[in-house]
Every structure is written in structure tokens, then in C-alpha cells.
Ligand binder design. Structure first.
Ligand code: SUG
Length: 445
């Protein structure tokens, strides 16, 4: 089957701020309560989408979620009209207000796990929205994610959107950020590699919690009807989690037969790489190209601070691959040198494109975090809701929309500003018109 990869990028919401909410996420901790710039954040994301479109790659937009999520605050006992709810939360529980106002759904790599039709027993595309139970602010995302995905992928005869796994820490699921797909070409059956942080309830006793559970990964694989011979479960290296690798996509990235990974990505060490190689050969008839970065070339700490592995690795229409990396990688000597080596070596990577996504990076989200990869057949791509398909024209329209509605400065104190509520609902209401997604948001129904 011929298939291509659609990148579905989370559009940064107008309440993007630095709440310091990300567990084990060093950038989020470091920027806690600093002043954010939602307008710049959204424009950076749109510029990244524009780059992908200019490379001739299918690109679409995942709209931001409704925030602050007033119903979530009501469930916590804040009562009265919407403004009263916000005021009471701001006064007595500002952390909860920050969580209920987070724009975290922008990190679409955590929105869901995706198995393309070529991998599944019933030949359908399967998506499971992640339950994101590890953190309160992200646990609010699944219903909005499920609703948006159902509108974006309406071909119900060929697409299955599962319910998120039950909301239990035993089944903590953070979606595609802990999932790699290795294949010969996108349309052929691929090896799906699930990476988990813990195989028991609770954490292995480190400073940072392990967010993905093995039971969750196994459940998603079962739901998607994946063949055992083309499915692997690998454990994250505890040292990586300790160094701030809160998702596998901070330490490894794959595209087709190429895998870039740090040597300390997985607990099993070299045995993990060998297992991937063997499963890819036996299950898919493929020959893995593994480019492993040693601790000597780039320490775990540097990998986390530059976010090299949170690059997007994409297949170009004319052949070859491009690496879309954070601009920070080119500002860091060892990483930049490594990138030059990658380009000079005999592999599929023919271009490196640094992108500026600093506003997102400061909350722990690089280029790869901002997108969900969805491999689709031509027919399924044509069935994607046209309103969200990124064209230069739509990106212009969205850019103008951002400039009209987004603030260029937001602090946690500003979250109490009653004017913000009106600003946000006006912006989102208008957005559903631009994306032809009427009544997407609960407040519109
Ligand atoms: O879950 N940050 C997100 C970043 C997610 C990055 N995603 C991937 N690696 N795929 C998180 O930690 C910070 C929000 C704040 O602090 O305001 C936050 O949620």
C-alpha cells in the first residue's frame, strides 16, 4: 500500500504560560512562573508548519483546547459564574487555576498513539487518545483530544478511535511520545516499539516519576491488533529519566529504517538495539540503520538541554530524509558538530532544518513534541477534514488570527484576569469558523 505521513501539529493556545507543571521536565521546572509570550509561541508553531508545507509534506492543524476549563474547576468545588470560579481558584488555589488554564494540548505527540492500517489486524487506522493521568493539567486533555480527532478523521469505516485507557496510574499512558515505528516504507507493515518507564505501580524510586507504564503500552498494542512479531516493549533507561528524559522522544527518533538514539535511551542497553534490529529483520524484512550517539559524543544532559532527539525526521517527497531540529542544536558546539557529521555521513539524511520553537522548548516541548504523526493511505489522507489541512493560505489566515487575539505577555497572575476569559472564548469561537469545525468546543454547545 502506498502511504504517507501526515504531521498533525498542536496549535499553541492563547493561554500558553509557564506553570512549572511538568513532572521530571527540567525546562518546565526551570521556567516556572516566568513571563510567557503566547503570540510568539503560536507564531513559532505556525512557522514550523509552514516549513513542512514548503518541503511538500502533508501537514494539518490540531486546534487548541478550551482553557481555562471551567467545568474542571467546578468539579473541584469552585462555584458561581465563570468569572467567580476563576476568581475563587486564583485566590485559594492558583496552581489548580494554572493547570486548568494550561495550553499543554499543544504537545500533540502526547495526544494519542497511532497505528497505521498496514500494522493492524483489521486493516484500519487505530488511534488511542492518551489518558495522561500522570499530571492533573494534562489529564484534562483526553476528552477534547478525542472530540478533535473524531472530527479530523471522520472516515469511520476505516478509522477506529478508541477510548483513552482507564484513568489509573497503573495504566498511565502518554501516547506517541513513547512509541517508535520502524518500517521499510510508510505503507508497509512496521515494527511498533513501545517504550515504558515502569512496569509496576508507583515509581522505581528516582527523583522523577516514570510516566509511561508497561501495562498501558501493552493495552494499546492489544487494542490496535498489532502482531506480536512486529511489536516490542522496551524499558527506558532509569538514568535517562533522572537526567530529564520524561518521554522517549527526548532521547530517540526514528523514521522508516533509520533510528537515531542515545546509547543510554533504554535500560537493556545494546541488547535493546539488537532486539529492534532482529525484530525489524524478522517481522518486516527490513535492515535497520541505527545511528547511536555515545555519552562521549553528547552527554545525556546535553541531549536534554539541546533536545537534539526531539527533532522531526521526515521522508522528503523526492527521497532522502530531513531532520527538523530545535535551533538550540546549532547553538551548541558538540551537537552542531554531530549534525555536520550526520550530514556528511553516508545515510539517508540530506538536510537539517533548525527551527525556532523557544516558547515551547521552555516548557519542555521541542519540534517533535508539537506534532502527532499519522501514516495514511492516499484515500485516508483525502478524507481528512479539509478545514484543518495546512496550506500556505490557511497558515496566513491563522497567523493573522493569532496576531489579532493573542497577548504577547502572560504571567500566572494574569490567569486571574477576568478579561482573559472573554478574549479566549472569542478567539476560539472565531477559530472554529476558520477551521470549519463548528461547535467543537463545549462552550459553543
Ligand atoms: O508533559 N510540558 C509538557 C511537555 C510535553 C513534551 N512532549 C513530548 N516530549 N512529547 C509535559 O511535561 C509544562 C506545562 C507548564 O509547566 O506550564 C508541560 O506540561
Amino acid at each position: 500500500m502506498q502511504a504517507m505521513e501526515l504531521n498533525l501539529d498542536g496549535l499553541v493556545g492563547p493561554t500558553h504560560h509557564y506553570g512549572g507543571l511538568g513532572l521530571g521536565n527540567l525546562a518546565s521546572q526551570r521556567h516556572r512562573h516566568q513571563v510567557s509570550n503566547p503570540r510568539a509561541a503560536a507564531l513559532e508553531g505556525l512557522a514550523k508548519m509552514r516549513l513542512l508545507v514548503s518541503l511538500g509534506l502533508p501537514q494539518a492543524v490540531l486546534p487548541p483546547q478550551e482553557r481555562p476549563l471551567i467545568p474542571a474547576l467546578r468539579r473541584l468545588g469552585f462555584a458561581g459564574g465563570d468569572r467567580a470560579v476563576v476568581a475563587a481558584a486564583a485566590r485559594t488555589a492558583p496552581g489548580l487555576l494554572s493547570a486548568a488554564t494550561s495550553s499543554s494540548a499543544m504537545w500533540a505527540a502526547n495526544a494519542a498513539t497511532v497505528s497505521p492500517a498496514a500494522d493492524t489486524a483489521d486493516g484500519r487506522l487505530h488511534l488511542t487518545p492518551a489518558n495522561l493521568v500522570s499530571q492533573f493539567h494534562r489529564s484534562l486533555e483526553p476528552p477534547g483530544t478525542a472530540a478533535a480527532l473524531a472530527r479530523i478523521f471522520p472516515a469511520t469505516d476505516r478509522v477506529t478511535i478508541h477510548q483513552p485507557l482507564p484513568a489509573s496510574c497503573e495504566l498511565a499512558d502518554e501516547g506517541a511520545a513513547n512509541h517508535l515505528r520502524i518500517c521499510r516504507t510508510h505503507g508497509e507493515p512496521g515494527l511498533e516499539v513501545f517504550v515504558y518507564g515502569r512496569d509496576t505501580i508507583g515509581t522505581p524510586g528516582g527523583r522523577h516519576p516514570a510516566r509511561q507504564s508497561l501495562a498501558a503500552s501493552q493495552s494499546v498494542a492489544r487494542l490496535h491488533g498489532l502482531a506480536a512479531a512486529r511489536t516490542l516493549f522496551l524499558r527506558q533507561h532509569p538514568a535517562a529519566i533522572e537526567a530529564g528524559v520524561f518521554h522517549n522522544d527526548v532521547i530517540a527518533v526514528a523514521n522508516e529504517h533509520l533510528l537515531l538514539a542515545h546509547e543510554r535511551a533504554w535500560a537493556e542497553g545494546p541488547a535493546a538495539a539488537a532486539a529492534i534490529r532482529e525484530a525489524f529483520a524478522n517481522g518486516c524484512g527490513g535492515d535497520l540503520v541505527l545511528i547511536e550517539v555515545s555519552e562521549r559524543e553528547l552527554t545525556l544532559a546535553d541531549a536534554v538541554s539541546t533536545y537534539l532527539f526531539n527533532s522531526q525526521l521526515v521522508t522528503l517527497p523526492a527521497g532522502g530524509m530531513a531532520l527538523i531540529c530545535p535551533a538550540e542544536c546549532r547553538q551548541h558546539e558538540a551537537t552542531s558538530r554531530w549534525l555536520d557529521g550526520l550530514l556528511a555521513a553516508d545515510n539517508s539524511v540530506v538536510a537539517v532544518h533548525p527551527v525556532e520553537v523557544r516558547q515551547s522548548m521552555q516548557n519542555g516541548g521541542g519540534p517533535a513534541c508539537l506534532r502527532l504523526r499519522v501514516v495514511l493511505s492516499k484515500a485516508d489522507l483525502a478524507a481528512v477534514h479539509p478545514g484543518v489541512v495546512a496550506t500556505p493560505r490557511l497558515l496566513d489566515v491563522l497567523e493573522a488570527w493569532v496576531r489579532r487575539h493573542y497577548r504577547d505577555r502572560l504571567t500566572v497572575e494574569d490567569l486571574a484576569d477576568p478579561a482573559l476569559l472573554d478574549e479566549v472564548s472569542q478567539a476560539l469561537d472565531e477559530l472554529t469558523g476558520l477551521l470549519d469545525l463548528p461547535t467543537l468546543y463545549p462552550f459553543q454547545r
